[in-house]
Design a protein around this ligand. Structure first.
Ligand code: PLP
Length: 387
């Protein structure tokens, strides 16, 4: 059994992918070819964003708005402590400081009450309100932005996060790397009212290409223009007129062609993801020792992962491995405890929720083409160790 079976999907889209790749090989515009504009327009239509800019990765999609907003040294950017490293990495890369906020124990997304406490702690310098990174210079940070993450495919609580952020004058950047296609009260990911949103087209993501790729979304035309410039070495009127420091962050035309083919089946795949998740939840409902994922009312998950909590995770993972079922642990180490952030001096008591999740969580195989038989194998293995 595969954890994510990309080949099953390829068999479905093969002809369309090959046709579109052939078209690129024939016109030869490998950099910013016509497929880029077409994909950007189709992505905007799909999610309802005003502007879409494709880029080289989900990481670049997070980096571009931070660069455009001029976030840098002395600035605080609030990020959840339980996510992939890139969410915080981009903050550190621009020289700003990630301020980690614990996640909600049910949705695994940023806890809005803790975000409020963290903002107040940064503004007042009162660490009794919320743990803050130890700063070698003793300098007071300026709160500038928050990057909520839609972990495993569920939209973060934007209804509560956006008002908190706006009253503190913060930009909100949605990290939708895992959630393209998810919904919140009828609004699609990357058009949920944030100042900007970023997604990833890494192959295993709900919408993935055959390499690295990403996109950044905004309704703000001025921001879109600056990011367009930043994406190509800070270009001005033309390529050799460089007006700011940027990056080489373009998506390859070939990846855009592949995504155009995959976008055709994406809505159907999202429906299949709902069925696979429902089957897992039904089959595993009797296992009292497992905590299954739950999707809050008004939301539709993109089901990037089906992640389960079990206090005896080792036994669960072993029972699955014995039946050749692969598993993954997202994430074994909460971000504040990564080696790179050791100087911030956090301890596990600072972040009780993420500390517990990192010990109990594991993810089982998940993709739109997972068969009922495979789901039954996973469920039987888990029932044998976690009845
Ligand atoms: C939450 C989150 N943010 C950002 C990224 C970075 O995306 P990419 O790998 O496309 O750079 C990922 C990718 O795994 C992710 O899961």
């Amino acid at each position: 059994m595969q954890f994510v079976d990309l080949n099953a999907q390829f068999l479905r889209v093969e002809q369309e992918v090959r046709n579109r790749i052939d078209a690129v090989l024939r016109h030869g515009k490998y950099i910013m070819g016509p497929e880029i504009g077409q994909l950007e327009s189709e992505l905007s239509t799909f999610c309802g964003a005003g502007h879409t800019l494709t880029c080289a990765s989900g990481t670049d999609a997070l980096l571009l708005p931070l660069l455009a907003w001029g976030i840098g040294p002395g600035d605080a950017v609030f990020v959840p402590n339980f996510t992939f490293f890139a969410t915080a990495e981009v903050v550190s890369l621009v020289g700003a400081t990630p301020v980690f906020v614990d996640v909600d124990p049910v949705t695994f997304c940023m806890d809005p009450e803790k975000l409020q406490a963290a903002i107040t702690a940064v503004v007042t310098g009162d660490v009794s309100l919320h743990p803050l990174p130890k700063m070698s210079s003793g300098q007071r940070l300026i709160p500038r932005a928050v990057i909520p993450v839609d972990l495993f495919g569920i939209a973060a609580p934007y209804e509560r996060i956006i008002p908190i952020a706006k009253s503190a004058g913060l930009y909100v950047l949605q990290d939708a790397a895992q959630s393209f296609g998810c919904e919140m009260n009828g609004r699609k990911a990357c058009a949920m009212g944030c100042d900007a949103a970023a997604t990833s087209f890494f192959p295993a993501k709900p919408l993935g290409c055959y390499g690295d790729g990403g996109a950044v979304f905004t309704d703000d035309s001025e921001l879109a223009d600056i990011m367009k410039s930043l994406r190509v070495h800070g270009k001005g009127a033309h390529k050799y007129d460089n007006v700011r420091i940027g990056i080489n962050g373009r998506m390859d035309t070939l990846q855009a062609a592949i995504l155009l083919a995959k976008l055709e089946v994406f809505s159907d795949e999202l429906e299949k993801r709902q069925s696979v998740a429902a089957s897992y939840s039904e089959r595993l409902a009797g296992c009292a020792a497992l905590t299954l994922p739950s999707v809050p009312a008004g939301r539709v998950s993109a089901w990037a992962q089906y992640s389960i909590l079990c206090s005896d995770r080792d036994a669960a993972v072993k029972a699955l491995a014995e039946r050749d079922v692969p598993t993954a642990i997202y994430y074994p180490t909460p971000l504040p405890f990564l080696t790179v952030y050791e100087p911030y001096g956090y301890s596990p008591e600072d972040f009780p929720v993420a500390s517990r999740l990192s010990k109990d969580i594991f993810s089982v195989p998940f993709h739109p083409y997972l068969s009922g038989d495979s789901i039954a194998i996973v469920a039987d293995a888990l029932a044998s160790v976690a009845p």
